[in-house]
Every structure is written in structure tokens, then in C-alpha cells.
Design a protein around this ligand. Structure first.
Ligand SMILES: Cc1cc2nc3c(=O)[nH]c(=O)nc-3n(C[C@H](O)[C@H](O)[C@H](O)COP(=O)(O)OP(=O)(O)OC[C@H]3O[C@@H](n4cnc5c(N)ncnc54)[C@H](O)[C@@H]3O)c2cc1C
Length: 395
């Protein structure tokens, strides 16, 4: 058949779909993965990498053993059309099908602003040094990232005073009251102060991640003093480069790509999108991106065989999460086994055993061929929260 599939972005979803298509030897597809980074960064481990720099290398996985037949082109896509991908440096990847998987960026330490793993490691180690000497830590944003960071810091430095602020009145509003109550209980036990309904009047006067004592006013008239702060909100979708490529109808104002149930880009037959880049009505999570990857791989393979793409992705109506608070704590919620039943609250021991202990690093080592066994992308995807046998979601 001799078809080429260009996958743009080698994050959770892009790496998974590239591996799945590459693994199907009979289909005769050449996979070309376009990715600016020299290594996949397992973002779910980045907060632990900050507090345990000796462990930090575990979150980087080189791309060189991901594909058996296809190739990885290190570069940044600047445009896409029906015939392939144009890179920012002018190179061109001709392709019969294109999968858009450029995901999203997030402020450091959750994601780094560099494409070089060695630089990213240096940034984590430098921030760790700053954090080590800071007695008072301010975290802005009490979403899963902010709370997980608070838990990681408390686990390593129980003596630090950690304050998390958020303008919302409630944490994790889409989850059950039982999950919220358990989170509050564990955060109290760790000595983390949660200041909900609280916004900062201005950003702190020192850069995030740099140790330097400061005081900042809150909109309610109060003050917070800290020695270092981290920003844990402000996700940015990486869709800007598509503005001149796709029809306006194929994108939202926020730069997300509109997809159909088959995960084809709206209005295009040979263009797919997945993961955080899409306008799918669900939380943006790695586990979901890997589920999208399985659907996209099935549909591309169908098209290559001359069939209609028939696999349809349906977001789960019930949110799921595994939220570690350090290696031994955390909360989790999976959708109920039977429709209509209440979602189950997972105890800290289950969260720790399933995720908190190694943050899935072992599974990604297998996916990227740096571990002992080799799992396919979809197998590894099935092992993340969004793909357990209970249809569980992601953290
Ligand atoms: C701290 C933290 C912890 C998290 N923990 C979890 C968790 O435990 N479980 C979970 O399910 N989710 C978790 N998430 C969410 C998860 O990281 C995202 O949902 C996931 O990264 C989305 O995957 P993706 O494949 O859509 O894109 P991404 O993983 O964002 O990957 C996009 C890739 O595209 C590349 N790229 C960007 N622009 C271009 C371009 N122009 N050309 C080519 N390539 C480009 C990037 O370099 C990147 O490699 C966490 C997020 C954070 C920030």
C-alpha cells in the first residue's frame, strides 16, 4: 500500500498513535513523527522530578527506540495541508494522512519551556536547589497540578509551610464530595494550608521558582508571605501554528481543533487530531490522549485498507482521577462499574500502589523501548488511568 502517515507531536497521544501504526507491519505504512524535543517528557512525573532530582532522569525517554520501521524528524511544524507538513525551518514531510497531536504547554515545573532534555533537567535541578532553602512555599492554583505539587513538597520536606491559593471556593468541583473531603483530610494531615476563594491582587514580585522572600496582597485585603512560589495554572493549547492552515471552521477561538467522533478534523478526510489539542468535551489528560490514539490508529488503518473509518470516540460522562499526594498518599476516583452507581473513591493505599509509587515510569520505559519488556502504545495507554479495565479516567 505504501502510505505515509505524518504524526505531528510526540507527546502521550502522538507517540502512542505513531507506535500503533508502526507496529502493524502488514499495513505497510511509513510513520514519520515530527517532534521538536529530543526526548518524550513524561509530564505526570515532573513534580516528583522537582523534589527528587536524583529521580528526575526517569521522566525523559529518547525517541530512538519508539519506532521499528518509521522515523522521527526533529523539528517544529509550522503548517499543515492536505499533502503533508511544513516545518518551521522550511523542510517538508509529504504524507497521505496527518495526525495532529501537538498537545499543550504548562508553566514550569509541570512542563519545561525547552526542547532539550539536558536543559530541562538543569532547570529542574536548579529549581530544586532554590526550593530546598525556602521555608515558605506559595502555590497558585488548587487544581490537580497545584495539589499534587503541594503533596510532593510536603512528602520530602514535612517542615516547610505550604500555602495553596485559588479563587475558586471549592477544590475539584467535578468530583464527588467524598473525594473532596478525603483530599482536605490528607492535605490537613500534611500541614498544607488551602486558601480557597482567594486571588492574588498582583503576581508575586519575584520570578516563579526563584528563592527570594516576598509578601503579596490578596484581593480580599489580606497578605501572604513566602520564600518561593510556583504557578500551577495556565494551560496553553499548541494550536497557533494551524491558524493559517486549517479552515476557520476547523478551529475554536481558543486554538483547539474541532474533531468528529472518528477524530477526523472537521471538514477533512485525511487529517486527524487527538489529545489536548482537540475540542473534545472532557478533561485534558494523557490517558484520554492515548485512548484517542487507539481510535485514530484504527481509523487510519481502515482508510489505508480502503474502508471507511468506523471507530468512534466517546468521552466518558464521569470524570476520573488518580491524584497522588507524594509517593504514599492521594485520592482517586474511577467511574462506577455499572451505570447509575456512585463512582468509587479509591483509598490512598490503592492510589499509591497503582500510581504514586513510580508514577507509571515503568510503563513508559516499556513503551519507549528503554525497559525490559516491550509494550505497544495502546497497551501502555490501557495501563494509564484513562484506560483501565474499569474505563477509569486520568489524573
Ligand atoms: C504536572 C502534570 C501532571 C499530569 N499528570 C497526568 C496524569 O497523571 N495522568 C494524565 O492522564 N494526565 C496528566 N496530565 C495531563 C497530560 O500531561 C496531558 O493531558 C497530556 O500531556 C496531553 O497529551 P498530548 O499527547 O495531547 O500532548 P502533549 O503531551 O502535550 O505532547 C505534545 C507534543 O507536541 C510537541 N509539539 C508542540 N508543538 C509542536 C509543533 N508545532 N510541531 C511538532 N511538535 C510539536 C511537543 O513538544 C510535545 O512533545 C498532567 C499534566 C501535568 C502538567
Amino acid at each position: 500500500m505504501g502510505r505515509t502517515v505524518a504524526v505531528v507531536g510526540g507527546g502521550y497521544g502522538g507517540a502512542a498513535v505513531a507506535k500503533a501504526l508502526d507496529a502493524d507491519a502488514d499495513a505497510g505504512i511509513e510513520v514519520v513523527l515530527v517532534e521538536p524535543k529530543d526526548a518524550f517528557v513524561h509530564a505526570a512525573g515532573s513534580l516528583r522530578a522537582l523534589v527528587q532530582p536524583e529521580w528526575a532522569e526517569n521522566i525523559f525517554f529518547p525517541y530512538d527506540r519508539l519506532l521499528a520501521r518509521g522515523r522521527v524528524v526533529r523539528g517544529r511544524a509550522a503548517g499543515v495541508d492536505a499533502g503533508g507538513v511544513t516545518l518551521a525551518d522550511g523542510r517538508r514531510v509529504e504524507a497521505d494522512y496527518v495526525v495532529l497531536a501537538t498537545g499543550s504547554d504548562y508553566p514550569f515545573p509541570a512542563k519545561a519551556d525547552t526542547d532539550d532534555a539536558a536543559d530541562a533537567l538543569d532547570q529542574l535541578r536548579a529549581a530544586h536547589k532554590e526550593l530546598s532553602g525556602a521555608a515558605r512555599v506559595l502555590i497558585t492554583g488548587a487544581g490537580p497540578v497545584g495539589l499534587e505539587l503541594a503533596g510532593e513538597i510536603a512528602a520530602v520536606w514535612p517542615g516547610k509551610r505550604i500555602t495553596v491559593v485559588d479563587p475558586a471556593e471549592e477544590i475539584m468541583p467535578s468530583f464527588t464530595p467524598e473525594l473532596r473531603a478525603e483530599l482536605h483530610r490528607q492535605l490537613d494531615g500534611l500541614g498544607v494550608e488551602l486558601r480557597l476563594g482567594t486571588a492574588l491582587a498582583d503576581p508575586p514580585p519575584v520570578p516563579a521558582g526563584r528563592a527570594d522572600a516576598f509578601t503579596v496582597a490578596t484581593t480580599g485585603g489580606g497578605e501572604i508571605g513566602a520564600d518561593i512560589w510556583f504557578r500551577c495554572h495556565g494551560v496553553r493549547v499548541n494550536g497557533g501554528f494551524l491558524a493559517g492552515s486549517l479552515t476557520p471552521d476547523a478551529m475554536t477561538r481558543q486554538g483547539q481543533v474541532r474533531v468528529t467522533g472518528t477524530l477526523q478534523v472537521r471538514g477533512y478526510d485525511n487529517l486527524y487530531a487527538l489529545g489536548d489539542l482537540t475540542d473534545l468535551a472532557e478533561a485534558k489528560m494523557a490517558g484520554y490522549a492515548m485512548k484517542h490514539a487507539a481510535v485514530v490508529a484504527e481509523n487510519v488503518l481502515a482508510q489505508v485498507r480502503g474502508d471507511r473509518p468506523g471507530a468512534v470516540y466517546r468521552p466518558s460522562p464521569v470524570p476520573s482521577i488518580l491524584l497522588p499526594l507524594g509517593p504514599g498518599g492521594g485520592v482517586g476516583q474511577f467511574p462506577p462499574e455499572s451505570p447509575g452507581a456512585a463512582p468509587a473513591l479509591l483509598p490512598a493505599s490503592t492510589v499509591a500502589a497503582y500510581k504514586g509509587a513510580d508514577l507509571f515510569v515503568g510503563r513508559f520505559a516499556e513503551l519507549f523501548g528503554t525497559g525490559t519488556a516491550t509494550a505497544t502504545a495502546t497497551e501502555a495507554g490501557a495501563a494509564t488511568e484513562a484506560g483501565t479495565e474499569t474505563e477509569a479516567g486520568t489524573a
